[in-house]
Design a protein around this ligand. Structure first.
Ligand SMILES: NC(=O)c1ccc[n+]([C@@H]2O[C@H](COP(=O)([O-])OP(=O)(O)OC[C@H]3O[C@@H](n4cnc5c(N)ncnc54)[C@H](OP(=O)(O)O)[C@@H]3O)[C@@H](O)[C@H]2O)c1
Length: 357
């Protein structure tokens, strides 16, 4: 049985639809009986639902009345920010030997997840962070470039460019962003993790024939990629107009410092009022391109639309793989939990193009 936590959130609802379309056995979990019942009634499978809070996640691991269907139990966590809400669910999954995956891209939280690796190996739980549109894709693309080779590799840069994100980003994503900038002062350089301010570096980047300025930002590849690829450094970059790169770099550094103070909490709270849910009709205008630049290799560029719909499909795909079983255990990067080449091939069916050179 796949238990979908945070099912009534903006992304959780889409993951429920994707699980339903995939014909997987699933149940919904969240805080509000009213919203869970309403969501269940709208889904063709009319899934069962249960109440659980991130601070008291035991119900997520309750037995299925009448017996569970065949396959490994899996908890899919969509209740964020994970920095604040993720650990109790993760801890219980690791303790009980239940597979866990989430859709987070909160770097410091993914780094913290490493402390559950040993326990999960003992109990047989697979813990897979970041099964979402950014990191699962870049992580698996890197794995297809490296193909399990053990020879030391050079620097890895991942450049993200977004078109029309205004007004389309969910409240949950914005809140997670604030928590990430407050906590994730981390990079991977010289073969080890080191402290680094968000926005600490700028560079130029050529993507789709256009010259951008790029600003470093915290992204979970910093933890996931070194787990399976012997790279020397990992850095994610946000592509912006060249004029704005240096001002944005200074702004990110200053804002990140501010976000660590009580003022940061007030800002996060005010977001609930300010951020309306993303309008459905605009979501397909939200395009992204990400360029994987591994030193000494031709760059790989990935293009797609509607990251939220894609995230939902990726989470359901990964849940299906974990549910089907195999002896995976411990903390696993998406590229370790999935078959990277098969996953990259599957992305083609989701409207995502992957092009080398
Ligand atoms: N990496 C990516 O590409 C990607 C893409 C999409 C989303 N995400 C992440 O996924 C998370 C959810 O995003 P969203 O767009 O769905 O935001 P959202 O609409 O605000 O949903 C947040 C979810 O968390 C639940 N929640 C909050 N506090 C809780 C608590 N104490 N106990 C149980 N559940 C709690 C909410 O429950 P209620 O429904 O009861 O309020 C809701 O289901 C965010 O962290 C976001 O960054 C990542």
């Amino acid at each position: 049985m796949i238990t979908l936590f945070g099912a009534t959130g903006f992304t959780g609802r889409r993951v429920a639809q994707a699980l339903d379309r995939a014909g997987l056995p699933y149940r919904l979990a969240g805080r509000s009986a009213e919203r869970l019942a309403a969501l269940s009634a709208r889904l063709p499978a009319r899934p069962a639902w249960l109440i659980a809070d991130a601070h008291d996640p035991a119900p997520l691991f309750s037995p299925v009345p009448g017996g569970a269907p065949a396959g490994r139990p899996v908890v899919v966590n969509c209740a964020g920010p994970f920095t604040d809400l993720g650990e109790p669910v993760l801890r219980l999954a690791a303790m009980r030997g239940v597979h866990y995956l989430d859709i987070n891209n909160e770097l410091a939280y993914v780094y913290r997840m490493r402390s559950y690796d040993a326990l999960a190996r003992q109990t047989g739980a697979a813990l897979v962070p970041a099964c979402a549109f950014e990191v699962a894709i870049s992580d698996c693309v890197v794995a297809t470039l490296v193909r399990g080779g053990a020879a030391p590799l050079g620097a890895l840069d991942i450049v993200y460019a977004y078109a029309n994100p205004e007004g389309v980003i969910s409240y949950g994503t914005r809140l997670s962003g604030l928590r990430t900038y407050a906590t994730s002062w981390l990079t991977y350089r010289g073969g080890r993790w080191q402290g680094q301010w968000p926005g600490a570096a700028t560079r130029r980047a050529r993507l789709d024939g256009r010259l951008y300025g790029a600003v470093s930002f915290p992204s979970a590849e910093v933890v996931t990629v070194p787990a399976h690829a012997p790279v020397q450094s990992v850095q994610a970059w946000l592509a912006v107009d060249p004029f704005w790169a240096r001002p944005l770099s200074a702004l990110l550094a200053g804002a990140s410092l501010l976000l660590r103070t009580p003022l940061g909490w007030l800002t996060a709270l005010s977001f609930r009022r300010l951020a309306p849910p993303p309008p459905e009709h605009q979501r397909t205008a939200f395009r992204f391109a990400l360029q994987v630049e591994l030193e000494g290799r031709a760059p790989v560029i990935v293009r797609g639309v509607d990251p939220y719909a894609l995230t939902a499909e990726i989470a359901a795909y990964a849940a299906g793989r974990l549910h089907a079983g195999g002896d995976q255990r411990g903390l696993l990067a998406p590229a370790q939990a999935l078959d990277p080449a098969a996953f990259v091939g599957w992305l083609g069916g989701q409207g995502v193009t992957v092009q080398t050179g």
